[in-house]
Design a protein. Structure first.
Length: 366
């Protein structure tokens, strides 16, 4: 009898432990909603920014303070009709494009590299320029639905979205010069931007820290090449093992002269951190709308309506808080970077900051 009772209590205890473990796992999973920008929703995932950066704290997540107006890259007006906001953005874009002093940072020829970035939806006469790390996966899903391959965005397999040979989205570069000119002059054209420095952080985390899409060349080819050239002290024997620091990444991006040969070596993989001007040539191509990642909740429905497709397709649900500009995160990553390196980086991306109305990051520069 005593032996049976002991077995019963042991069984109850084991069940209790299993329940506790399941509760913990479900809680953990619920906080790991990953968006297509490589960011974590509802949890901090700091990486060490550089050799002098702050250490990560894997145990507890810091409580984020309520953002002050100065923490935001731009003030978001609350309006029912989003058209005035869009018009002000396009007016600013036009004005900055006329600024001769920024010419080499804003004016880019409409090359094959640019045309390769622009996806075509002939059925609805839409062109979408791809600017990685701002939610492009979701917009590609919208276009795939419009092309008739799937009835809803929810039914599209994730691996198909990034398979440009099979997803049914032709690039503008695949057309004849006459066809390209016709579409550029008559189709609805748009792309999305994001605070330039926050986008670089997202690219660094996605490609060199987490590497979620199993693209080994970022860690095993590109990272070691950057480390060899831009890290003062390194051992060739463990380049891959040591990992790329954000400080190395910033030095590479801010090197106006030395990075060009490396960029040619890296090929199209650089699209995740080259400037918006280099990707989409916004001073040469007259876009209909430029959406902002920080106001995607307003921009997405406006773009669908402006393109005349709001009754045909819906933009996927946006996780709460995922689009908010996070100054704390930016400060965290740049905490170990020298002022000289930050200024060189800003000099490269100054055109993007000014074209799209993002204030210069004086809290990092001064």
């Amino acid at each position: 009898m005593g032996e049976a009772m002991r077995h019963r209590w042991l069984l109850l205890g084991a069940c209790g432990w299993v329940l506790l473990i399941l509760m913990f796992v479900s809680k953990f999973i619920s906080f790991r909603a990953v968006d297509d920008y490589g960011e974590m929703v509802g949890a901090q995932s700091w990486t060490v920014p550089g050799t002098k950066g702050l250490k990560s704290n894997p145990v507890s997540s810091p409580v984020k303070p309520t953002p002050k107006p100065s923490d935001q890259p731009s003030v978001v007006p609350t309006v029912t009709d989003w058209q005035p906001v869009v018009e002000r953005r396009m007016e600013l874009l036009s004005t900055v494009c006329k600024n001769i002093s920024l010419g080499n940072l804003t004016h880019v020829a409409i090359s094959k590299f640019v045309l390769d970035r622009i996806f075509v939806c002939d059925k609805q006469k839409i062109l979408f320029c791809q600017t990685p790390k701002v939610g492009n996966t979701q917009w590609k899903k919208v276009l795939i639905v419009l092309n008739g391959a799937f009835p809803t965005v929810e039914e599209i397999p994730e691996n198909l979205v990034h398979d440009h040979e099979k997803n049914g989205l032709p690039r503008l570069s695949s057309l004849t010069p006459q066809e390209i000119t016709h579409r550029l002059s008559t189709y609805f054209k748009f792309f999305i931007v994001r605070d330039p420095f926050e986008r670089l952080i997202s690219a660094f985390k996605d490609k060199f820290v987490k590497n979620p899409r199993f693209e080994p060349w970022y860690k095993h080819d590109i990272a070691p090449a950057i480390i060899r050239k831009y890290r003062k002290f390194h051992r060739d024997s463990d380049l891959a093992a040591s990992g790329l620091h954000f400080e190395d990444f910033v030095r590479y991006l801010g090197d106006a002269e030395g990075r060009h040969r490396m960029d040619r070596q890296f090929g199209e993989h650089i699209i995740h951190w080259v400037t918006y001007a280099d990707l989409c040539a916004p001073c040469e191509i007259h876009y209909s709308v430029v959406g902002h990642h920080e106001t995607l909740e307003q921009d997405a429905p406006h773009i669908l309506k402006a393109a005349g497709i709001d009754q045909m397709v819906s933009y996927p649900a946006i996780p709460p808080g995922i689009t908010r500009y996070n100054r704390t995160k930016v400060e965290q990553y740049f905490s170990g970077i020298s002022k000289r390196d930050v200024r060189r980086l800003y000099a490269r991306y100054q055109g993007d900051f000014q074209l799209f109305g993002y204030p210069s990051p004086d809290f990092l520069l001064n």
